[in-house]
Design a binder for this molecule. Structure first.
Ligand SMILES: [Zn+2]
Length: 359
């Protein structure tokens, strides 16, 4: 019998949760695993945001939607990104029109049999879930957009806005009337953000854009409903990771040295349930890997601009973003930050950490 996790909100949960109405006709479910799906009821039909990955939960969500708005068509399913936790449940909401960023279409077009097998295998420790995942059908977006799209039905409006950052496909749903933003995986509340496909500068920019929307409520992809101020912690986390990776890079450390040297201190920044420690560690390393490459590009570009000056000062790679607060109290989940020293490097076999599920 696999161990049932009882951690807070949807981490590791495979139960069914009641829908919550967060504004008139706007519902979410924070119990499902992989994302917080939502829907908006209009007189003409429903618009859904993300779909649960686990079939039992996806079917439960559909039942709840039909209970809430019997007989109304599902006009659209909007996927905030192409990750399995947001888009793999699309098959349970047909007939509908799936809409997502054009890059999500491209990524999902690459979901072959091999991908389905990996999803299946990733649940080997949870056979009750694994046995549900034998008939995965990838439902690609029917409609894509590049910058933004506006869905206007039954007198209600939902704006889809590309923000990037978390992935090259990440987009948010903005309900201007209700002042609610479904911000997908741009925002993780008290959890380590999944950064294996991230562009860290773009992510910081996305967080700022979200703060400037004038939203009163944010629905994160992972974590409880919160306010715009909760974006600050993620920004600080990303800034911190950038700064530390830069320290390593400038000290001549390799990517693997940065990964093994930094994973411990990064792990301290948000609470991690013991049973998920290995998984989170691996995800943090993937993120460091990604940020290292980004820093490397920035540094190379900056030194190319300086020409061949042998004694040029180090390029200010973090000048593109707001200076990180030096106050450790502002950092999430920890009272004191580790001293910014370069630790002893450890060998981890040089293995690139593969992109993994952000569950
Ligand atoms: Zn994601």
């Amino acid at each position: 019998m696999p161990a049932r996790r009882r951690a807070s909100f949807r981490i590791g949960v495979s139960g069914l949760g009641e829908r919550q109405e967060i504004a008139p006709g706007v519902f979410i479910n924070t119990v499902y695993r992989g994302c917080t799906p939502g829907f908006m009821v209009t007189d003409e039909g429903l618009i859904l945001i993300d779909t649960p990955l686990i079939p039992k939960q996806a079917k439960d969500w559909r039942e709840q939607i039909e209970l809430e708005a019997p007989g109304r068509p599902i006009l659209y399913v909007f996927n905030t990104d192409h990750h399995r936790g947001h888009a793999l449940g699309n098959q349970y909401f047909l007939p509908t029109t799936v809409i997502a960023h054009e890059r999500a279409f491209k990524e999902m077009s690459g979901y072959t049999e091999n991908f389905k097998e990996r999803v299946y295998n990733s649940f080997k420790r949870e056979p009750d879930i694994q046995e549900q995942l034998t008939n995965i059908e990838i439902v690609l977006p029917d409609v894509t957009f590049t910058d933004s799209a506006r869905l206007q039905y039954g007198g209600r409006e939902m704006k889809l806005i590309y923000v990037g950052g978390h992935t090259p496909a990440t987009s948010i749903a903005w309900l201007p009337e209700e002042k609610i933003a479904f911000v997908g995986d741009i925002l993780w509340v008290d959890q380590h953000p999944y950064m294996a496909q991230a562009d860290s500068l773009e992510w910081i920019d996305a967080l700022r854009r979200i703060r400037s929307l004038g939203a009163e409520m944010l629905v994160p992809g992972h974590g409880p409903v919160c306010g715009p101020e909760d974006t600050e912690k993620v920004e600080e986390y990303i800034q911190y990771k950038r700064r530390r990776v830069l320290d390593y890079y400038r000290a001549g450390k390799t990517k693997n040295e940065a990964k093994s040297g930094l994973v411990g201190e990064m792990l301290e920044l948000f609470p991690v349930p013991l049973e998920r420690k290995a998984k989170i560690e691996s995800q943090i390393k993937s993120g460091i890997n990604r940020v290292y490459r980004e820093i490397q590009r920035e540094e190379e570009m900056a030194s190319a601009q300086l020409g061949n000056g042998a004694f040029a000062p180090p390029a200010p790679a973090t000048v593109l973003v707001r200076e990180q607060s030096a106050d450790p109290a502002l950092m999430p989940g920890t009272a004191t930050l580790p001293a910014p020293t370069i630790g002893q490097s450890e060998q981890n076999g040089g293995r690139e950490v593969e992109q993994e599920a952000e569950l």
